[in-house]
Design a protein around this ligand. Sequence first.
Ligand code: NAD
Length: 363
Amino acid sequence: MKTNKRRAFLQKTGIIAASTAFAPNALWAATNAQKDKLGVALVGLGYYSTDLLAPALQLTKNCELKAIVTGSPEKIPVWQEKYNIADKNVYSYDTFDDIAKNDEIDVIYIVLPPSMHAEYVIKAANLGKHVWCEKPMAPSVAECEAMIKACNDNKVKLAIGYRCQHDPNIQAYMKAAKDKTFGKVDMVTSAAGYFDGRTDHWKQKKALGGGAMGDMGVYAIQGARLATGEEPISVLAQTFTNRPEIYHEVEETAMFQLEFPSGARAACHTSFGISMNYLKINYEKGWLQMEPHSSYNGNKGVMSNGTEINFPIENQQARQMDDDAAAIMNKTELMVPGEEGLRDIRVVEAVYKSAAANNLIKI
Ligand code: NAD
């Protein structure tokens, strides 16, 4: 973006108005400066940031955990001490926009309940920072499209936290689809679920983007889409719950059938009540089975010709963030851009429509 055009954009979005002391050129320079590591701000310090992303960031080569955004003041000293985070790099949701002025932060990673993803991805993009966003990308296709647009308009990258696509074990069956190792795909069976014992979490609340489909169903969808290398053209779905006292706003379990342009079909299952984690691909001339298929580690499989899929990977999230940071620094394509998150949400929306109509829905 030319300087004048960018200045006009910054004036329009109020970034200049909000801070007279802040020169837009500094922002532009900050986001484009050549660095050997990108500074990452984690937004939302819940389970996934605390237990997985922050520890993984310590193992990355291309990233540094530089900043936190939290609405829970009691977490601040713990995180500052553990990860050596400077006072000036601690933000609340009220001071989020000040990140624009901080050239130590290159990437804002949104790790909030799904209903908040669109709002914070768009805010982050408008600050001129690259954005990583956790799955599910957002509850609706319209929000996903707005997120992609905001990142494109601001010329920043948007990556979705589909860690599995960075795992060489998942890449092995993606390659089988691409190379047609066993010919055409006839049938995929794909399942992702776990037993969630919580009763009052965002995963059980519609307004916060809960429901098994967005949370675990996207792994079942990914299995089917990556196994065929195609996008589904129709969906037939049912949703149900065994624990109506907990799952009265959102589905506990969903079963859905996908049809692909080549004629391949997928039977997919997802649940917050049933533990399942596998993928089976039946091709014209063989089969491939993964179990586990979408775990943090230990994903492995076997093919009908006896070939085992069992590549070592030190830390999936570290690999994901290193790949995404390298793509940003080298100005190459992201492995899992916003468009990939959107493709799954199209299917999620169709699953809900199909279940509500009790009928097949064309995508
Ligand atoms: P969590 O409930 O443990 O954490 C959510 C965080 O958001 C908390 O720090 C909470 O304080 C904060 N928050 C801010 N406003 C909130 C509000 N209005 N309501 C509820 N919380 C609010 O959730 P999590 O398991 O860390 O999930 C966060 C995101 O990460 C989700 O999108 C989830 O799907 C994703 N996730 C991804 C993976 C993966 O393997 N890629 C694994 C777990 C979670």
